[in-house]
Every structure is written in C-alpha cells, then in structure tokens.
Design a protein around this ligand. Sequence first.
Ligand SMILES: Nc1ncnc2c1ncn2[C@@H]1O[C@H](COP(=O)(O)OP(=O)(O)OP(=O)(O)O)[C@@H](O)[C@H]1O
Length: 343
Amino acid sequence: MSIEIVSVNKQFGSFTALSDVNLTVPSGELTALLGPSGSGKTTLLRIIAGLETPDAGSIRFDGEETTDRHVRERQVGFVFQHYALFRHMTVEQNVAFGLTVKPRKDRPSKKEIKERVHELLRLVQLEGLADRYPSQLSGGQRQRVALARALAVEPKVLLLDEPFGALDAKVRVELRRWLRRLHDEIHVTSVFVTHDQEEALEVADRIVVMNKGRIEQVGTPAEVYDQPANPFVFDFLGSVNLFHCRSEQGQARAAVPELSVGYVRSHDIEVERRQNDGAVEAEVRHIQAVGPAVRVELLVRGTGKTVEAELSRDGADRLALGVGETVYARPRKMQRFVGDYQI
Ligand SMILES: Nc1ncnc2c1ncn2[C@@H]1O[C@H](COP(=O)(O)OP(=O)(O)OP(=O)(O)O)[C@@H](O)[C@H]1O
C-alpha cells in the first residue's frame, strides 16, 4: 500500500513541528525518516499511524483519504524503541495477542493462530523460544518478538520508531541487516525513524532527510550521499570540511585567500608530502587511529582553520606523519551549493 502525505502541518502551541510536508512512500518500499533530534520524524510517523492529527493537510493510503480514520482502521503495525512486550505472557502469547483480541467473526481458530505464530517466529528466527517470557530474552530478541507481534495481524503498513535505538552498537548492526533481509522477503510498506545516518544508508530503499519540521531531500541512499541537495544534507550524512576555493576552468581548487566555500568529506581529502596543484599547505595537529582508518587533524596555513582528513592505515603508514610537520591537503572531490549558507 502506498502512503501519500499532502501539505501536512502540525503545531504544538506556538511551536511548528511539521511545516508543509509532502511525501509519497511507494508501495512495498522501506523508507527511512532521518534527521536530528526534534526534526519532526516521530510526529510525522504518529500522523501516518493516526495517533496524532495534522492541523492541515491529508494522509492517503493507496490514494484513499485516511486523515480522519481511526488508528484501528488503518491497519498499521508498530514497533517502538522500547519493546513494549507483555511481561506476563510468553513469546508465543505476545505474538498471538493481536489475533486473539480480534472480534469473534474475524478471529482465526486456535489452531490457525498457533500455526501463524510459529510461522512468524520462524521468520524472525526465534522458533525455539516460543515458551520463554520477555525477561528471559536479550534486547535484540525482544525487538524481534515485537516485530513478529506487529506483523501477526498482517498490517498494510509497518511503522518503526527507532526500533534498535535501545540496543548496543553490535546488536544494532546485526538487527538492521536482518530487518533489510526480512523486508526483502515480505515487502510490506515500511517507514522507519532513525537519527543514525549509517542505519538509514544501510537499510532503506529511500531516505527522507528532515530538519526543523521540513523535508530537506528525498532520495535513494546513493542520491542523498553523493548528490546532497544542500549543506545541511551534506553535513548530516557524513563528516564535513569547509575549504575556501576559487574556480578554475570549472574545477574547484582549494586556495587561500577565500572566494567561495567547498564542502569536502574527510575521506575525500588527499594528504601529500609535496606541494601539488590545487593543494593547500597545512600543519599536522593530531593523528588518531580509529579502527581501519587514521584521522589526521590539519591546520590550514594562513586561515587558522582546521580540516580533518581520513586516511587508510596503509596510506598513513606510507606517509609516516608526525605532529607539527608540514603537509599539503588536496580535496579529491568538492561540492558547492547554489545560494550557499555556511553550516
Ligand atoms: N505532544 C507534544 N507537545 C508539545 N511538543 C511536542 C509534542 N510532541 C513533539 N513535540 C515537539 O515537536 C518537535 C518534534 O518532535 P519529534 O518527536 O517529532 O522529533 P524527532 O525528530 O522524532 O526527534 P527525536 O529523534 O528526538 O525523537 C520537538 O521539538 C518536540 O519537543
């Protein structure tokens, strides 16, 4: 089922939480709402769910006006950050819950419910744990039970609000890969809130970047990362360095003094020992190995500004840099924006 959000506005008192939001979530896609804290992601998700009413605008499911429909009629499944499982029920009972409370005429038989629950537990790879209670599960397992429970009633839309937010880094990475694979299997239209850019880039078919109640850009992970629409998106999706540059034959070159601002990611800065065309002179201020990469903080001579280059371990070993040494930094790839404002 596709979701259309048309000119949605939402105020909380005098505070504007959403401002003229327009968005189409295509049927069967996994869409991430990505943005900093307070950008309106959860508010938008709650409006799609019917838990919150917009002040203006409309929500359409498969082209049909849904704005005034009650949450129960929308056939949405939810998964929240804090797995709200029933503590006194086993895993099996938790997953079955939505089916057991259906009105008698729509309720499947006990046998059908059992079969469906076991099919879901197989899907979320928790088959052997049907008789456990939530307290006997890890955080990642509880979150998978919450997902199975949301899927039990065959929702048309699945809404996930920071579903892995409460888990530690390693489990988060495992679960988001698992969610991607699960979605490839079941293809239910899903909207997933996160403030973690890596999570959005890895999991989503499409990313909606939000900021201050507005949508800044909508695109595939590659589009928002490689062709950010503006400095905010550039910054939010990865480390940013500002180079002051002049333009020569359409090529951006780093230069002092400054003429305009170019945005460069840390891994797109080349560090060399010798002066090279388009490079600026800099002093090495700090060197830090972080996993497979080495971050080098550079003070650009004549500007008092610092930039951070990210080198591979091999590259850093070859250069054998020391703090205080002079190097030359050259942006391999630089982006400038029309009507730029500096972030
Ligand atoms: N019921 C409410 N009453 C008043 N203000 C609210 C209410 N709900 C949300 N807000 C405000 O609206 C803004 C957007 O909140 P929202 O939860 O949508 O942001 P978010 O992008 O999901 O942030 P986070 O990542 O921190 O959850 C915030 O400034 C928040 O304080």
